[in-house]
Design a protein around this ligand. Structure first.
Ligand code: GTP
Ligand code: MG
Length: 192
């Protein structure tokens, strides 16, 4: 997949604000600060299509982007960050669930996990929830540049076993080295 255009469409907190269901969609979910916005920027080869931040909890709405007039990427707000105001956190679940349950164009949910950490209960509940609704997902382990190759492999195995995942459901990635970029794009192409 060669990315020739990438543009912001809209931000929304509820279904009435979502864009029309015209193109297949891929959603990016994961804990605050795990690197969702950075992954999208890397995939589309743009430094700042999506705003990234070193302070967690910056993205608070669903942000829709159109790529190549071929697919929409949806950047989710991160979960599990205590400093995000309670009101915003309370909004997360209904917002994300109404999107995931009803979006007919949704083809794939990419769930990001920090390769250095044990997945949280929020991570596992999201995965089990997607499985129960038969929504296809892919796990991307981020920030692999922070570990040696050996340590990465060991961590990957631990996370896979912990979440009861198959090898092919997990891809290692780094926004710094761009490792995994092509593999993720290939996977996206195969579902859209
Ligand atoms: P929220 O929108 O707050 O949920 O965060 P997010 O998941 O969108 O994370 P974001 O992409 O904003 O990245 C958070 C921080 O992690 C930023 O400082 C990034 O530069 C850094 N980061 C993201 N991906 C990587 C990576 O692969 N390697 C390294 N070393 N840093 C990364
Ligand atoms: Mg973000």
């Amino acid at each position: 997949m060669k990315v020739t255009s990438a543009e912001f469409i809209t931000s929304a907190v509820k279904r009435s604000g979502f864009p029309e269901e015209l193109l297949p969609e891929v959603a990016f979910a994961g804990k605050s600060n795990v690197g969702k916005s950075s992954l999208i920027n890397t995939l589309v080869n743009r430094k700042n299509l999506v705003r990234t931040s070193s302070s967690p909890g910056r993205t608070q709405m669903l942000n829709f982007f159109r790529i190549n007039n071929q697919v929409n990427f949806v950047d989710f707000p991160g979960y599990g960050f205590a400093k995000v105001p309670l009101k915003v956190r309370a909004q997360w679940k209904p917002m994300v669930e109404s999107y995931l349950k009803h979006r007919t164009t949704l083809q794939l949910v990419i769930i990001l996990l920090d390769i250095r950490r044990v997945p949280s209960s929020d991570d596992s509940s999201l995965i089990r929830w997607l499985e129960s609704f038969n929504i296809p997902f892919l796990i991307v382990l981020t920030k692999t540049d922070k570990l040696s190759q050996n340590k990465c492999s060991a961590q990957q195995k631990i996370i896979q076993d912990f979440l009861l995942l198959k090898r092919e459901e997990v891809i290692c990635f780094s926004a710094v080295t761009k490792k995994g970029r092509q593999e993720i794009l290939k996977r996206i192409m195969s579902v859209i």
